[in-house]
Design a protein around this ligand. Structure first.
Ligand code: SF4
Ligand code: SF4
Length: 92
């Protein structure tokens, strides 16, 4: 990690030295999103909101790249069809 010093405008931040492709945030996850494919409309709201950019676009039901999904549940909160369920990692 590289430390970026605070300025009057910005707080101190820690910035990863590795490219995003090597930052496997899936290691943090205690719960995982599971999409109910029968109810998903393919609207891609989850793709738009995912902070890890790990929701990938398809013709219909998006695919979540679990190596990079940190289980934050934003996709579940934002899905207008309420068809993303967060399941405990050990149950998945
Ligand atoms: S937000 Fe919900 S309905 Fe829309 S693509 Fe994602 S899972 Fe499907
Ligand atoms: S749980 Fe968070 S990181 Fe994982 S796909 Fe949903 S929004 Fe992205």
């Amino acid at each position: 990690m590289r430390r970026v010093e605070a300025t009057d405008a910005l707080p101190v931040q820690l910035v990863g030295d590795q490219p995003t492709s090597e930052n496997r945030t899936g290691d943090w996850r205690s719960q995982r999103p599971v999409i109910d494919a029968a109810r998903c409309t393919g609207c891609l709201i989850c793709w738009k909101y995912c902070p890890e950019a790990c929701v990938t676009r398809t013709d219909k039901v998006p695919v979540i790249l679990m190596d990079y999904c940190k289980g934050c549940a934003i996709c579940a909160a934002e899905c207008p069809r309420d068809c993303v369920a967060m399941q405990p990692e050990e149950a998945a």
